[in-house]
Design a protein around this ligand. Structure first.
Ligand SMILES: NC(=O)c1ccc[n+]([C@@H]2O[C@H](COP(=O)([O-])OP(=O)(O)OC[C@H]3O[C@@H](n4cnc5c(N)ncnc54)[C@H](OP(=O)(O)O)[C@@H]3O)[C@@H](O)[C@H]2O)c1
Length: 278
């Protein structure tokens, strides 16, 4: 097999494959980066076409725009292309269409891990595209991380990726806002973080119930109504301003919650906010 792209992630992918005893050819625009992998037994492909001679070609470049000329040059007809470059669902579907027209078996993937996690039990990689190609290469993909197949629509992995990253960025934004708020009174991250972790795990426990309400459209609640939460967000924005810190993170949610209250969801559960999002 071969790996196109030896940045932080591509090098980790190639390293995991070598660690599992696979024969791996590697190509990178800057060939010097291949050095440590060659020391571990990888073969250097001088061109994308040389790397494209492998049965399975894994591609992991920065962007789809930088990747396409490399794929074009790789001559992949009859090969399986596993595309692990991050992109949008439409970009993934575009490459799937191109691959079909070129006679290439196409599997799109997104990596829900950092390079250091590749090949370890915590790493998960989401795939969509050709189920036949995925099933045929599953043993190889398992070396990189737990493979999860999301269906034949090649855009699905990228859609999940962006949805999950959006949750991560929101949680991180909320955490950074919280650190700034308690920090405005001298509380350190080390003091606050253990409580934040406990809290985040409690919040995680709410997701299944929220999801069920969204699925049913039944927003009745005897736990916590939206208007109480909207009032809490108003207090958070006001307190942030009074403490002299930025209000962007809670202000965005406040505007959304206020809109949902104005639309008549004040007595409903927080899940009803989705009606103002979609
Ligand atoms: N790092 C992570 O934690 C992580 C996690 C999940 C997903 N990903 C995804 O994995 C992909 C790679 O990320 P990375 O962290 O490995 O990035 P990176 O370290 O910046 O490496 C980028 C790679 O793309 C190549 N490249 C960039 N522009 C090119 C061009 N015009 N032509 C040919 N090659 C080009 C680079 O080649 P040179 O070495 O020659 O510059 C390098 O191999 C991204 O899509 C990223 O979103 C990364």
């Amino acid at each position: 097999m071969s790996v196109l792209g030896l940045g932080r992630m591509g090098a980790a992918l190639a390293g995991a494959l070598l660690g599992a005893g696979h024969d791996v050819a590697v190509w990178n625009r800057s060939p010097l980066k291949a050095g440590p992998l060659l020391d571990r037994g990888a073969r250097l492909a001088a061109t994308p076409a040389e790397a494209g001679a492998a049965d399975v070609v894994i591609s992991c470049l920065s962007t789809y725009d930088s990747q396409q000329p490399v794929l074009d040059a790789a001559s992949l007809r009859g090969r399986t292309l596993v595309n692990l470059t991050s992109g949008t669902p439409e970009q993934a579907r575009g490459v799937a269409k191109w691959a079909a027209s070129e006679g290439i078996d196409y599997v799109d993937g997104v990596i829900m891990a950092v390079p250091q996690g590749i090949g370890t039990p915590g790493a998960r990689i989401l795939y969509s595209g050709s189920e036949t190609a995925f099933a045929a290469r599953r043993d190889v993909l398992e070396v990189l991380g737990e493979p999860v197949f999301l269906g034949e629509d090649a855009g699905m992995a990228a859609l999940y990726d962006l949805a999950l990253l959006g949750m991560m960025w929101s949680a991180m934004g909320g955490y950074l806002h919280a650190l700034a708020l308690v920090g405005s009174e001298g509380v350190t991250p080390a003091e606050f973080t253990p409580m934040a972790l406990d809290w985040l795990s409690s919040v995680g426990g709410f997701l299944t119930g929220i999801g069920a309400q969204v699925a049913s459209g039944d927003y009745e609640t005897d736990v916590s109504a939206l208007d109480i939460n909207a009032a809490g967000l108003a207090m958070l924005v006001e307190t942030s301003r009074a403490q002299g810190i930025g209000t962007e993170v809670p202000a965005t949610l406040r505007a959304l919650f206020d809109r949902a209250v104005a639309a008549g969801h004040g007595a409903h559960a927080i899940a009803s906010v989705i009606e103002e999002i979609r």
